[in-house]
Design a binder for this molecule. Structure first.
Ligand code: AMP
Ligand code: TRP
Length: 326
């Protein structure tokens, strides 16, 4: 079976956009591939982090993915910092990666602009990411556009090392998700719904309670008409709500237009709110339960055991080839 690996940054609260656009893709991969999922906590500290908040974010992220349906029986789930081979392999690969190649990474250039005293880890970040991937002979790495360049770098590193030392690494491929619906901001539907948005009224967070969800949907920006018709160009607000509706139900856009052809926006919006609430409330119930019991720890223990056995073997063979032995 082909292998897929997903790295998750423990940052901020996830949104309905993340759920529809990214989390549900992962739920598909677990049915089709041997799937590895880990929290990239060592990547998180390439920018300043509050230690207490970071620990909370790690647990919360795992709980939310599990609550959304990531199945620990179908995925190997682990915490990057617990598996020491990632950083060990990364050091060797850093020594084999030209400095100039890292300086050209778009994300590095962006992030260093925002942080005058950036640490060296911001530069070497993509090499650690390459190690995450290359340790497990991964076939596919699902990434958004912003991370594609890093997967290309991992390919270059793998090819270079294989050429120099013989076949050690599988050369991975980026897996660009099939274009799902892009969910827009509820206040400004010309913008993407994003966790870093300035106005929380435009964003449904996965942990928003029922009352807040209803309020945000009922006050979502629409237009001066009353027709529930999908027309992203002229009716971005209503089209966004239709997108949410179709993503979370088994009705097509056409079905929805038909169903609401004699309705006003109020009753349509109220149904959209119901559908979101019916999706998110069970997820929230599972989320809070997971934070209370020790299931997450058991899953991480098991993931660590499995991944360190695989990673140790890869590390040992790389070390040997490079000449790091007695
Ligand atoms: P971000 O939260 O911007 O780091 O995005 C993480 C992933 O979630 C992206 O690669 C997208 O696949 C997905 N995503 C984020 N926001 C949206 C959105 N508004 N609509 C659809 N997908 C989204
Ligand atoms: N850099 C990725 C991000 O910011 C997270 C990540 C770390 C990752 N290591 C990875 C993703 C390995 C895929 C494979 O989203």
């Amino acid at each position: 079976m082909k292998k897929v690996l997903t790295g998750l940054q423990p940052s901020g609260e996830l949104t309905l956009g993340n759920y529809i656009g990214a989390i549900r893709q992962i739920l598909k991969y677990q049915e089709e591939y041997e799937s590895f999922i880990f929290v990239a906590d060592m990547h998180a500290i390439t920018v300043p982090q509050d230690p207490i908040k970071l620990r909370e974010n790690i647990r919360s992220l795992l709980a939310i993915y599990l609550a959304c349906g990531v199945d620990p029986k179908k995925n190997t789930i682990f915490l990057q910092s617990e598996n020491v081979y990632h950083a060990n392999v990364s050091w060797i690969l850093e020594c084999l990666t030209p400095y100039g190649e890292l300086g050209r990474m778009t994300q590095f250039k962006d992030k260093k602009e925002k942080n005058a005293n950036f640490g060296a880890g911001l530069l070497t970040y993509p090499v650690l990411m390459a190690s995450d991937i290359l340790l497990y002979d991964i076939d596919y790495v699902p990434v958004g556009r912003d991370q594609k360049q890093h997967v290309e770098l991992a390919r270059n590193i793998a090819e270079r090392v294989n050429k120099k030392y013989g076949d050690i690494f599988k050369v991975p491929e980026p897996l660009i998700p099939t274009e799902g619906a892009k969910i827009a901001d509820l206040v400004d539907p010309t913008k993407k719904m994003s966790k870093s948005s300035e106005n929380p009224k435009g964003v449904i967070y996965l942990l928003d309670d029922e009352r807040i969800i209803r309020k945000k949907i009922m006050s979502a920006t629409t237009d001066s008409e009353t027709r529930v018709v999908f027309d992203p160009e002229n009716k971005p607000g209503i089209s966004n709500l239709i997108n949410i509706y179709t993503s979370l139900s088994n009705l097509s856009i056409k079905d929805i237009e038909e169903k609401y052809k004699d309705s006003n926006y109020g009753s349509f919006k109220s149904d959209v709110a119901d559908i979101i609430i019916n999706t998110l409330i069970p997820i929230q119930e599972r989320y809070y339960k997971l934070l209370e019991n020790n299931e997450i720890d058991k899953i991480l223990d098991e993931g660590l055991k499995k991944t360190s056995t695989i990673a140790k073997e890869k590390y040992e063979s790389l070390k040997e080839k490079v000449g790091l032995h007695r």
